[in-house]
Design a protein around this ligand. Sequence first.
Ligand SMILES: [Fe+2]
Ligand SMILES: [Fe+2]
Length: 163
Amino acid sequence: MKIKDQKYNKIVSNILSDDDFNQIKKIEHHGTTRFDHSLKVSYYSYVIAKKLHLNYIATARAGLLHDYFFSKEDRNFNERLVSTFVHPKEAVNNAKRFGLSDLEENIIESHMFPIYISIPKYLESWIVTTVDKVVGLKEFLVKYSFKIVREYNVLLLLFTLIR
Ligand SMILES: [Fe+2]
Ligand SMILES: [Fe+2]
């Protein structure tokens, strides 16, 4: 996925061209890649923050970095559960080398609110945590609805054969 908005791309260009950050392109995340998920959350949050005359630069940057953490493909249930709670802090630590402001740090750390108890202190943080949930839900539904449709079709075929 690529964003055509030049102003947005300029704000996040140093992150988008970073080799280590680009490694999240290889990680599966809700049926897409962690990179595509992060880019969507960042860009939609940026558009909203800009409309509301908030700090859209911090919103774009922290939105892009909110899931900047690394995980194995074959994690079991317990590992996934632990990751749900620890990844906001991991993302903050990984993102620190991009020079985070307090606002950006809070956006990243509180994006899993209320599952992970770090409270969004700024409107920009509320925007990113909300957009993350909407984007995440959509990705989740796309991922699993295909599965449901596929399995339903198999059932339909079986019914046709045995009736
Ligand atoms: Fe996350
Ligand atoms: Fe996310």
